[in-house]
Design a protein around this ligand. Structure first.
Ligand SMILES: C[S@@+](CC[C@H](N)C(=O)[O-])C[C@H]1O[C@@H](n2cnc3c(N)ncnc32)[C@H](O)[C@@H]1O
Length: 205
């Protein structure tokens, strides 16, 4: 089923989502040379951000969120993802909501962080997400998949869950500078084979 950002897919994937990060389950057989080391660097990069009021949009299981310091809020549309995140983030505020209509006033945060969400949405949704992210915080940090390990810029890739269901997921792969170009400018915090992390001030967008 083609339903890249629909709650059904992520609700059903929630309990097995971290297998991707941990190399468990369906990911055991994949070639992931250097993945673990790079993931550790990405986590360190997030930890190194100055502690402040952060909103992690589409926080999922909170795997990356837990490395943010300061006053942390995680938002996701999936209640199942948030259940997993709640076990991991006892001190964070977790909110079920829509990334394209954030339930917060202007400038409610100092920073929006978002991991592996921007790369799943189409051009119209991207604009809506950026508008909302820019509205609620003066800084945006994106973590996403690197173009370096992918032969294509984007694709619809099939995902099979442990319950046997099959889904088609839209996914983009980013080189850091074109990504910053889309955001209007900023700086590269991490550029690797698996991940890119960029920071973009509101003034850039
Ligand atoms: C690929 S996961 C990324 C999770 C996490 N940020 C990470 O990097 O591991 C995408 C997440 O986006 C959430 N999501 C999809 N559409 C959403 C929307 N419109 N509003 C809020 N969350 C959404 C899904 O529920 C899922 O948790």
């Amino acid at each position: 089923m083609r339903e890249p950002t629909a709650p059904a897919y992520y609700d059903r994937r929630a309990r097995e989502y971290d297998d991707w990060y941990l190399g468990h389950g369906a990911w055991v057989e994949r070639d992931r040379e250097g993945f673990d080391e790079e993931l550790a660097r990405v986590c360190e990069t997030l930890f190194a951000l100055p502690p402040t009021r952060s909103l992690d949009v589409a926080c999922g299981t909170g795997f990356l969120t837990r490395h943010l310091r300061g006053e942390v809020t995680g938002l996701d549309q999936s209640s199942r993802m948030l259940e997993v995140a709640a076990g991991r983030l006892p001190h964070a505020t977790l909110v079920q909501g829509d990334a394209f209509a954030l339930p917060f006033p202007d400038d409610a945060f100092d920073r929006v962080v978002s991991g592996h969400f921007y790369g799943h949405v189409d051009a119209r949704e991207r604009a809506a997400f950026l508008r909302e992210a820019r509205r609620v915080a003066p800084e945006l940090v994106l973590v996403d998949a690197s173009r370096e390990h992918s032969p294509v810029d984007d694709e619809w890739s099939e995902r099979r869950l442990l319950d046997g269901s099959r889904w088609e997921v839209y996914k983009r792969y980013f080189a850091p500078d074109p990504l910053l170009g889309e955001l209007g400018g900023g700086e590269v915090l991490h550029a690797g084979r698996w991940f890119v992390v960029v920071r973009s001030p509101r003034s850039a967008g």
